[in-house]
Ligand binder design. Structure first.
Ligand code: SAM
Length: 283
């Protein structure tokens, strides 16, 4: 067991400094003070961090600490602490470690008995969660899904019976594929797609997965998906696609075109016609 009384010892410290996720007004005075006072700043991307540092007139020496050589780099940071230096770790935006580098160095440094001190600030996941309108607790932060199709599906299946609100990060070019996978695996759950948080074009889109899929091709910028957790009662009420397909076939038999039949069924069940169309034609 190691007890860390952060401000009652002379040990060197690794500060985990959160930085703004878009709006520079969210850089805290404490974060600036710490970044000015430490011996070294370790940054995910020194070019990005240098811009932040120059904006706040911070002249501390900045070195790289990125994901691809995280273990070696973490050992380097530990050596700095062993030499008695204080180090601040920052990522490009938000908290280090949260879908960003830092896990290895924090484990190493805390095990070695040095202080690890968080400096509060912005975080995309929590901002999205609290404004989502969905249950804020309990929640589970998933972050980015892995990139392989099989792995993504497997992870979703593992999450499909989790009752907590789920939080995902996603890139805009993958948003449609991801939401479609979610619809397939999780059913038509309520979500909030939060994008460009704290920036000029900040937007919160609250609706069902199929509703958001209908408009997602026009969405740009950084995104968080907050999704309602598994609800046994609602899951029971979900209409299986076989039932929808039968309804479509009935309308076609009555003389409607396939397109009209799909539109009617979508309207009756409050679902996306695009999604029903795709499902119908994949059967
Ligand atoms: N460390 C960051 C944090 O604490 O939130 C997350 C870094 S992760 C590499 C970047 C992802 O976070 C983006 O792809 C997006 O999903 C999310 N993100 C970051 N800034 C955002 C913003 N302003 N609005 C919405 N999502 C954001």
């Amino acid at each position: 067991m190691i007890r860390q009384k952060s401000f009652e010892n002379d040990q060197p410290t690794l500060y985990l400094v959160a930085t703004p996720i878009g709006n520079l007004g969210e850089m805290t005075p404490r974060a600036i003070e710490i970044l000015k006072s430490v011996d070294v700043i370790a940054a995910e991307d020194t070019r990005n961090t240098m811009k932040l540092l120059s904006h706040f007139d911070i002249q501390t020496h900045c070195i790289a600490h990125h994901m691809h050589n995280e273990y070696e780099s973490a050992k380097g940071l530990l050596t700095l602490l062993e030499e008695g230096k204080n180090v601040a770790l920052v990522s490009d935006a938000g908290y280090p470690l949260i879908s960003d580098p830092g896990q290895i160095v924090v484990s190493m440094v805390s095990e070695a008995g040095y202080n690890v001190v968080p400096i509060s600030g912005a975080n995309a996941a929590l901002n999205a969660l609290v404004a989502s309108g969905l249950s804020a607790q309990p929640f589970m932060f998933v972050g980015f899904l892995k990139s392989g199709e099989q792995e993504r599906r497997k992870t979703c299946l593992e999450l499909s019976k989790i009752k907590q609100t789920l939080i995902f990060y996603e890139a805009p070019h993958r948003i449609r594929k991801t939401l479609e996978l979610f619809l397939e695996v999780f059913g038509n759950r309520d979500i909030c797609l939060a994008r460009e948080i704290t920036k000029k074009h900040e937007e919160f889109i609250r609706g069902t997965l199929s509703e958001v899929i209908d408009i997602c091709d026009d969405l740009k910028g950084e995104m968080v998906i907050v999704m309602a957790g598994y609800n046994e009662e609602e899951a029971k009420d979900e209409i299986p696609f076989t039932v929808l397909n039968d309804a479509i076939k009935n309308y076609i038999e009555e003389g409607y075109s396939t397109k009209e039949a799909i539109k009617k069924v979508a309207k009756e069940h409050g679902l996306s016609k695009n999604e029903i169309y795709k499902q119908y034609h994949s059967c």
